[in-house]
Design a protein around this ligand. Structure first.
Ligand SMILES: [Zn+2]
Ligand SMILES: [Zn+2]
Length: 167
C-alpha cells in the first residue's frame, strides 16, 4: 500500500513553520493547510492538503499550462469543474500534521482529453485517495467521456494519462 504510486512525492516548501519563540531551534512544527474543494456539479467535497495543490500548480507551470483555473474531475460524479487555484486560501478548513497521514494524503493524475473536432486538448486533474493506481483512473474514463466535454462542448473521445514524475 505504502510503496505503490510513490512517484507523487509530496514536497512541503509552502508548509507553515510554527516556531515557538522560546525554543527557536527545537520546536519547529510543520503542518499543511487543508483545503476543502466542492464539486460544482454534485456539491460533494474533498479535502486536499495545500502542498498537493501547490505541487499540481508547479507541475503545470513547468509544462506551461495555465494554472489559474484547475479543471478537476469529481471523485463522486465524474464531472469536471473549475477550481480557482489563486483563491484556494478562501477554502482552508483546517490543518494536518506533516508528514501527511495516509488518510489526508492524496494522489493526483494529469489527463489530457481530446474531442474529435481538433479543438485544443483539455487538461484534467484527478485528485484521489493516496495509493490510487492509474489503472483505477483509466477505469473511470467511460464515465468521463459521457460527462466531460472540450471547451466547445464536444464530447471527449480520447483520454491520456500523463506520467507525472516530480524531482
Ligand atoms: Zn461531483
Ligand atoms: Zn472540441
Amino acid at each position: 500500500m505504502r510503496s505503490q504510486e510513490k512517484r507523487c512525492v509530496v514536497r512541503l516548501p509552502d508548509a507553515i513553520k510554527l516556531a515557538l519563540a522560546s525554543e527557536p531551534r527545537k520546536a519547529v512544527v510543520e503542518v499543511a493547510l487543508l483545503v476543502e474543494i466542492h464539486c460544482l456539479v454534485c456539491n460533494r467535497s474533498t479535502r486536499v492538503p495545500e502542498p498537493i495543490l501547490l505541487e499540481i500548480a508547479q507541475y503545470l507551470q513547468g509544462v506551461s499550462t495555465d494554472v489559474g483555473l484547475l479543471r478537476l474531475v469529481c471523485t463522486v460524479c465524474r464531472s469536471s469543474f473549475p477550481f480557482d487555484y489563486a483563491r484556494r486560501w478562501e477554502k482552508v478548513i483546517g490543518i494536518a500534521d506533516v508528514p501527511l497521514d495516509e488518510k489526508v494524503n492524496r494522489a493526483w493524475f494529469l489527463i489530457t482529453g481530446e474531442c474529435s473536432n481538433s479543438c485544443s486538448p483539455v487538461t484534467l486533474i484527478a485528485i484521489r485517495p493516496f495509493g490510487t493506481a492509474s489503472t483505477s483512473i483509466e477505469a473511470e474514463f467511460p464515465f468521463w467521456k459521457k460527462r466531460i466535454t472540450c471547451s466547445a462542448n464536444h464530447r471527449l473521445v480520447k483520454l491520456t494519462i500523463h506520467p507525472v514524475c516530480l524531482p
